[in-house]
Design a protein around this ligand. Structure first.
Ligand code: SP5
Ligand code: ZN
Length: 346
């Protein structure tokens, strides 16, 4: 038995093609075929598909700066009209707050300077379909929220591009809009709080952490590879950021199932007082994923599902990372099956 999953073809329109890493244009890993692969596994396993429904911007603007949203909406059109030598929007100069002594930076006249107001890395390129796909991913997440608010105990948002690295005003880490955070905001607006977000993507959910910092109505927990061992997002994801409503559980590279599941268990205990749950489901902690070294197995993902399912909370699962096209579909199916098992066997 699997939960319903929400889908939009528009999520396939984002084709980043490349990531600029250490100044070199390398092939993109966050590809449209990721979502196609996951959907294929879900359908083969008998999960029911629900078409995404368009939602207005209210939940989106509850988490993001309108200036970021407007930039992303217009970025490709402005860039392509400027006849620049790059076929993707990419920053080259960054409007750091220290650069302007904390003052609001001037609105740059040059189109090619504008990404530096909103991007925090060079890896997250914008092309012709990026806005449509990122906005569709929000609709997929919000449609999954609709299902859960409507009485489904569990629903899965099969969306991309991912979102958990996006803060209120800054995009990066292959993410443009924070789908998981938008889902949490929508749940908070439409059901009893507090809400919890448990992020089991291999990378720290830095955007989500910063979005809900200091809030007592949204608890955040993230299990991820130790940024102190040299991993993205490098500057965040440490226990020093923990407080009553935020728990970072960094793990050493090569941690494998037992240590990873112990951290997932701690995250589950931390969020247990919540009334509804968002799972930011990255399957890039799995062995064989090209973007992380955590070496978790498919059985480990199923057990993580059981642990989180045993909380017995209404749960929206939102897809984040996972880059091994051969295994991401089965990993998502295992996790969702584990969530169902945990919920029904507790
Ligand atoms: C959502 C998500 O999982 N985002 C993770 C983004 C991490 N990207 C960091 C990339 C670090 C450099 N990797 C080299 C690959 C060059 N193509
Ligand atoms: Zn990740």
């Amino acid at each position: 038995m699997l939960p319903p999953f929400v889908w939009s073809d528009d999520c396939l329109l984002h084709e980043p093609e490349a990531e600029v890493w250490v100044g070199v244009r390398t092939p993109a890993t966050e590809l449209p075929t990721r979502a196609v692969a996951i959907r294929g596994s879900l359908v083969a396993a008998g999960a029911g598909e629900v078409a995404a429904v368009a939602h207005d911007d209210s939940a989106l603007l509850a988490v993001h700066d309108p200036a970021l949203v407007e930039f992303l909406r217009a970025a490709w059109d402005e860039w392509s009209a400027a006849s620049l030598p790059s076929d993707r929007v990419v920053p080259y100069v960054f409007a750091r707050s220290e650069l302007t002594g904390g003052r609001v930076p001037a609105a740059p006249a040059a189109v090619w300077a504008r990404p530096g107001l909103f991007a925090y890395d060079t890896m997250t390129l914008i092309g012709p379909g990026t806005w449509s796909a990122a906005r569709a991913a929000v609709d997929v997440a919000l449609t999954a929220v609709d299902l859960v608010v409507g009485g489904e105990p569990l629903a899965y948002a099969c969306c991309r591009p991912p979102g958990h690295h996006v803060t209120r005003s800054l995009y990066g880490g292959s993410c443009y809009l924070n789908n998981s955070a938008v889902a949490a905001a929508a749940l908070l607006a439409r059901s009893e709080g507090p809400i919890a977000i448990v992020d089991i993507d291999a990378h720290h959910g830095n955007g989500t952490q910063e979005l809900f910092l200091g809030r007592d109505d949204v608890r955040t927990a993230s299990v991820h590879v130790d940024p102190g061992a040299g991993w993205f997002p490098h500057f965040l994801g440490f226990p020093a950021e923990n407080d009553d409503a935020n728990l970072n559980l960094p793990l050493a590279p090569g941690s494998r199932d037992i240590a990873w599941l112990a951290a997932v268990q701690r995250a589950a205990e931390f969020v247990a007082p919540a009334r509804a749950l968002v799972v930011a489901l990255g399957v890039d902690a799995a062995a064989g994923d090209p973007e992380s070294p955590l070496e978790v197995t498919a059985a480990g993902y199923r057990e993580a599902g059981r642990i989180l399912g045993a909380l017995g909370l209404p749960t929206v699962v939102v897809q984040e990372g996972g880059y091994d096209l051969a295994t991401i579909g089965p990993l998502v199916v295992e996790t969702l099956a584990g969530l169902e098992e945990g919920r029904t066997r507790r």
